[in-house]
Ligand binder design. Sequence first.
Ligand code: E4P
Length: 219
Amino acid sequence: MKFFIDTANLDEIREAYELGVLDGVTTNPSLMAKGGISGDEKVKAHYKSICDIVDDKVSAEVIATDFEGMVKEGLALAKIDDKIVVKIPIIRDGLKALKYFHSEGIRTNCTLIFSAGQALLAAKAGASYVSPFIGRLDDISYDGMELIAQIVHIYQNYNYETEVLAASVRHSMHLLKCAEVGADVVTCPLKVITGLLKHPLTDSGLATFLADHAKAAGK
Ligand code: E4P
């Protein structure tokens, strides 16, 4: 399973990369705005800074919602660095844009997926990744994890190459459940990844080992 970090914050991306388990980064316009990153040149420079930290797969989202606009923006984003994956919303013109980028050999991440039907369309259009949003579904009493399992199952039925990138992951149990149902990737805040490290028996066990060692050494 691949781990992506869902942030535009360079310090957080660096910290995650240094952990040695990071496979990529996702951003969205809200995360960029939260980081105070706006304006064409600043946005591009920021994506370049992210690409300089990680090994591959940096999702950069288009703002346009028409085919021509998405193609223009996506091509400009893809030019920033080979690590860029163009993020496209699952709307009618988005489907056409996915097909276009697939034919050009440019990787895409189809975002704002809330149903299996949307995920099926995105795979048929040649998306490299689909991003179903777990947390936002859970927030309105729909089962986000059930959607991940459904998409994994459908893609396996037809050997689609599109990878299931579970997004809107809010806590470590979301991540673990995604691993159980076979999601290819999760994208989440750093604390969700570091949450996997935590266990009280690890902490108490380590404290005992260190105390025993100090006692034996006569400290
Ligand atoms: C990532 O690609 C998504 O934009 C992100 O995971 C959405 O997460 P949120 O629902 O916590 O905003």
